[in-house]
Design a protein around this ligand. Structure first.
Ligand code: SF4
Ligand code: SF4
Length: 82
C-alpha cells in the first residue's frame, strides 16, 4: 500500500472557510460535510499553501521544509564543536 506525507488537519480549529480548497494548486483537498479532506493524497505536492492561507492554523504540514542557506565560510565536516 502506498503512503504519503500529508498536511495534518485539526478539525477542532477549522471554520470551514474552504480557503485551503480554493488555493490548493493540485485539487488534492476538498470540503466534505463541511470539513477539509485530502481526497487525492497522491496529488498533494506538500507545498504548504493550504497551511499558509488557513486563517486558524487548522491545516499544517507535519514538518517544515526549510531552504539550506549558509553565508559564512565553507563548512568543514571535520570541524566539530564538541
Ligand atoms: S500541501 Fe499543497 S498540494 Fe497538499 S493539500 Fe495543501 S495546498 Fe494542496
Ligand atoms: S482554510 Fe483552514 S479553516 Fe478554512 S476550511 Fe481549510 S482548514 Fe478549515
Amino acid at each position: 500500500m502506498a503512503e504519503w506525507v500529508l498536511p495534518t488537519i485539526y478539525t477542532d480549529r477549522c471554520t470551514a472557510c474552504a480557503q485551503c480548497v480554493s488555493y490548493c494548486p493540485t485539487h488534492a483537498v476538498e470540503m466534505i460535510q463541511s470539513q477539509p479532506v485530502i481526497v487525492r493524497p497522491e496529488d498533494c505536492a506538500y507545498c504548504g499553501l493550504c497551511e499558509e492561507v488557513c486563517p486558524t492554523g487548522a491545516i499544517a504540514l507535519s514538518y517544515e521544509i526549510a531552504p539550506l542557506t549558509w553565508e559564512g565560510d565553507e563548512i568543514d565536516s571535520t570541524d566539530r564543536a564538541d
